[in-house]
Write a protein that binds this ligand. Structure first.
Ligand code: DC
Length: 225
């Protein structure tokens, strides 16, 4: 039986993460948060002192990417993320680690090293894959391809709330300029840039709430799988 694959791509703060989790729960599908893989690799290379010398020590970095020692432990309410046995669940969500991830994400060899790891998430009965290039590079065969976007301003507001909810301090102007800089880097990079697949269903969530986006997504997915 074919494993159903649903991809959800889009910029950070578009609500992708929340919606991908809701969609995965709705269909009882496996969930891949590919951004977490880039964040984990960015954090690891930082910890190993390699983040600023990726080009010079590329083979060593590829080796870390290929053998990334990570674990996602989920229960009904949350997912704990372990890197080399240490709990980094909150650490990987910080802006700083987002920057590390964005840097790692521009290196074609490291993206390649994470390819198989992402494909391994294809498991019965299906997969919801959340990222930037899920439909365009990693799972081009997906039955349903969604692209979720929102204005930079509305994404910055949501991100501030999310960080505050985690007890972290956040200033909207800093977050907005981070988002704009990261969008530019993600969209303009040569390898696997952020863009909708030709056959993607595009949803702009700037002015509509999560419940409405969820409904649009489910209607579309039900027509495809
Ligand atoms: O979605 P996120 O904010 O957790 O992603 C972190 C960084 O990783 C972001 O700058 C883009 C990059 N990324 C990527 O290049 N490809 C993916 N499939 C997922 C994330």
């Amino acid at each position: 039986m074919t494993v159903q694959i649903i991809t959800i791509d889009g910029p950070s703060g578009s609500g992708k993460g929340t919606l991908a989790a809701k969609i995965a729960a709705h269909y009882h599908f496996n969930l891949l948060d590919s951004g977490a893989l880039y964040r984990l690799l960015g954090l690891l290379l930082f910890q190993k002192g390699l983040l600023n010398q990726i080009e010079a020590k590329l083979d060593q970095c590829i080796d870390y990417a290929t053998h990334l020692d990570i674990e996602f432990k989920s229960n009904e309410t949350a997912t704990q993320v372990l890197l080399e046995g240490a709990d980094v669940t909150n650490t990987i969500r910080t802006e700083q680690v987002g920057e590390y991830a964005s840097k790692v994400a521009t290196v074609p060899e490291l993206r390649k090293a994470l390819f198989q790891r992402q494909r391994a998430f294809i498991q019965h009965p299906g997969l919801v894959a959340d990222g930037r290039d899920m439909a365009t590079s990693i799972f081009p065969e997906a039955q349903a391809k969604l692209y979720l976007t929102a204005s930079a301003e509305s994404r910055a507001e949501r991100r501030v709330k999310q960080l505050q909810g985690m007890g972290l301090d956040a200033k909207i102007s800093d977050i907005l300029s981070n988002i704009q800089a990261r969008d530019k880097r993600d969209m303009e990079r040569e390898v696997a840039p952020l863009k909708p697949a030709e056959d993607a269903y595009i949803i702009d969530s700037s002015t509509i709430g999560i419940d409405e986006v969820f409904k649009l997504m489910v209607d579309y997915i039900d027509s495809r799988i």
